[in-house]
Design a protein around this ligand. Structure first.
Ligand code: ADP
Ligand code: MG
Length: 322
């Protein structure tokens, strides 16, 4: 079974950012109100997440590292129906197969919590400890037992960019949760609870205070809501574009095209507009590729979503009458 875990890990855990994504989503699923992410050496040496969520019983803590130990799955169709982020129950098992894990977890009602240590799927410690309610998990020396993988990792700045991408996606989808991110003891983000506009400004900088335009368009089929940046705030880099479908981050070239089209030539050359756009749609109208690392979906009436997206953005850009 530890071989099965390693194979699954190859799919789920491609780099430190994959671990960050899974752990952040678990904390959100556990109804945390505050989530702290601490990384060292771009996640190579340490990825730690501290949450104040529901925590786990001793049995659940042990079980959480078994494959398919999800408390959430019903079927893959449920993915966009249920509101939890996790669904396959293999993230923790996969991560534990390729790292050294130390987890402390406690439910508020329990007097003591549980400490678990696992190295490459081997349970090293399981004991009662006193700890804060919630879950505190350390993932150390990722790929310590898969040198080829470890060597394959890119520079710290590239790996950190991937971590920040994942962090931003989860933090934008959950402005009702406080988040912080530390890298090598340096604070990268400190995001208090607030509305989406506040979250965007805290994350991307005060200059966005004057640059954001609210978007909203509703039809019986789909709702689009969110913020876009004014044309003058568009950047040369392409990492401030976010679509969420039913609060889950996705990539969608066709919808991206709709947004760009809505700017109607007002963008400076070779620049990419800021957007954070939420699509709400009945899950029966979407088809999801459930590969763990993919974030792609199909709409049954893609052209309608395109048209509504374009209309929403066009109004916000203020070029509606051109
Ligand atoms: P999934 O999220 O797909 O269910 P995971 O392997 O990510 O699978 O987690 C396994 C289980 O461990 C979860 O279903 C959940 O019950 C529990 N769990 C994981 N992380 C946390 C956490 N931070 N707080 C509380 N429970 C957690
Ligand atoms: Mg999970």
């Amino acid at each position: 079974d530890s071989i099965a875990n390693q194979i699954a890990a190859g799919e789920v855990v491609q780099r430190p950012a994959s671990v960050v994504k899974e752990l952040l989503e678990n904390s959100v699923d556990a109804h945390a109100k505050s989530i702290q992410l601490i990384v060292r050496e771009a996640g190579r040496n340490l990825i730690q997440i501290v949450d104040d969520g529901v925590g786990m019983s001793e049995t659940d803590a042990r079980m959480s590292f078994e494959r398919h130990a999800t408390s959430k799955i019903r079927s893959s169709d449920d993915l966009f129906r249920i509101r939890t982020m996790g669904f396959r129950g293999e993230a923790l098992a996969s991560i534990a197969a390729v790292a050294q894990i130390e987890m402390r977890t406690r439910r508020a009602a329990d007097e003591l919590g549980t400490l678990i240590r696992i190295e490459g799927s081997d349970l090293k410690t399981q004991e009662a400890v006193s700890c804060l309610p919630g879950t505190n998990i350390l993932v150390k020396n990722l790929f310590f037992n898969v040198p080829a993988r470890r060597n394959f990792l890119k520079s710290n700045s590239v790996e950190m960019r991937h971590i920040i991408d994942e962090f931003q996606r989860v933090a934008l989808a959950h402005p009702e949760v406080a988040f912080s991110l530390f890298h090598n003891d340096q604070e990268i983000y400190n995001l208090p609870v607030g509305k989406l506009s506040r979250r965007i400004i805290d994350m991307f900088g005060k200059s966005y205070r004057e640059q954001l335009a609210y978007c909203e368009e509703q039809t019986p089929y789909v709702t689009v809501k969110g913020y876009i940046g004014k044309p003058e705030s568009a950047k040369k880099t392409r990492n401030e574009q976010f679509f969420f479908v039913n609060n889950r981050f996705i990539r969608h070239n066709y919808l991206h095209h709709a947004v760009i089209g809505a700017y109607e030539g007002t963008l400076p050359d070779n620049s990419h507009p800021f957007y954070v756009l939420f699509v709400e749609i009945d899950p029966s109208h979407i088809d999801i590729n459930i590969h763990p690392t993919k974030t792609e979906i199909k709409f049954d009436d893609e052209r309608s979503v395109y048209a509504i997206m374009m209309a929403a953005v066009r109004k916000a850009v203020g070029v509606y009458n051109l």
